[in-house]
Design a protein around this ligand. Structure first.
Ligand code: ZN
Length: 343
């Protein structure tokens, strides 16, 4: 998806991401750290978020739908019109899997350079292709690259569609790792919408941990309201189409990670994390920069490029792992557990 690189918005998104990290760091000072993941069917929904997947349908849409079904979640698919026309059965499969299908332009052009009549033709052709494939005309529209103006918004509105951009960018289009995608999604708050893409392996691999993190925060995937553009409860009473669970679940099963800080020194401290509910596990931990982990034990760690998101996997040393963090001048921040998944 790098060919769809939204260049102009990159720096403002980076700034927003930096501010979100700062807000997280402030919020987590001195809190007791625990993350629990439970099956989504048992989730308590104190709020809803919108999972969105752009640029499909693709040759990998069925793989994406399988992952979503296995996690019991529904999402909004911003489809490209010519992809729908070329793969009507994939669009039908999206609807059959409980997804909401939306308009993402005919061929992913930079629409703000179009005339009003070109915009009208592009969006109308796309909605017609979606209606021909699925039987329903879309009520949501996302401009390619998030690039829009007042003319495009009014054209979408005249065709019965609400424009929806996003609150959180997963960065999956930009080569983000699974743990980076999971960490980005962990910033989602109630009502917000996250940008992801159809056809990216890391995105599919991140969904189990994303759902576990949402569940630990009593957030549930929902639909995007065409009147407000915010995530709300799924409408109607139709539950997501679920396939029988395969055994054992490959990932995303139940586990709980609880962190304590047994030793604090002037320039560093130790964190001990105990996992229950799984014998093999993956725990994602966020560190606050400029703090840095200097030593780990009883687990195998990988890091994201920022050096602040650690993914710790069991290595046969039991269910308690630990690490030493150098404070580097920030003595108050403590690690935050982002998710705990089995496998
Ligand atoms: Zn797109």
């Amino acid at each position: 998806m790098s060919r769809l690189f939204p260049r102009t918005a990159l720096w403002s998104r980076r700034l927003r991401a930096a501010l979100a990290v700062l807000a997280t760091a402030v919020a987590m000072c001195g809190v007791v750290l625990a993350a629990t993941s439970t099956p989504s069917s048992a989730a308590t929904c104190n709020g809803y978020v919108g999972l969105t997947f752009d640029d499909g349908p693709t040759g990998n849409t069925s793989a994406l739908l399988n992952v979503l079904r296995n996690n019991g979640v529904r999402a909004t698919m911003f489809n490209v019109g010519q992809n729908v026309q070329n793969n009507q059965s994939a669009a039908q499969a999206q609807v059959a899997a409980g997804m909401w299908v939306a308009n993402h332009s005919w061929n992913h052009a930079h629409m703000t350079s179009m005339s009003q009549s070109q915009m009208q033709s592009d969006l109308s052709q796309t909605s017609s292709a979606i209606q021909a494939a699925t039987g329903s005309r879309p009520v949501l529209f996302r401009p390619p690259y998030g690039e829009t103006n007042s003319t495009l918004q009014s054209v979408a509105s005249s065709l019965g569609m609400r424009q929806v951009i996003w609150d959180v960018d997963s960065q999956d289009w930009n080569g983000a790792s699974v743990s980076q995608i999971v960490a980005n999604a962990s910033r989602l708050q109630a009502g917000q919408v996250i940008l992801m893409h159809d056809g990216i392996q890391n995105t599919r691999d991140a969904i189990g941990q994303i759902v576990a993190n949402l569940t630990s925060r009593n957030l549930c995937p929902g639909m995007i309201s065409p009147s407000t553009g915010r995530a709300v409860a799924p409408d109607g009473t139709t539950p997501p189409t679920t396939s029988p669970p395969t055994s054992p679940p490959p990932s995303g099963g139940t586990c709980t990670a609880t962190a304590t800080t047994p030793n604090v020194w002037g320039d560093r401290y130790n964190t001990s994390v105990t996992v229950s509910g799984a014998s093999t596990w993956t725990v994602v931990v966020a560190i606050t920069s400029p703090q840095r982990v200097s030593t780990i034990w009883n687990g195998t760690a990988t890091w994201d490029s920022s050096g602040t998101i650690m993914t710790m996997r069991s290595n046969g040393s039991g269910n308690t792992f630990g690490f030493t963090t150098m404070t580097n001048g920030n003595s108050s921040a403590r690690p935050q557990i982002r998710s705990c998944t089995s496998g």
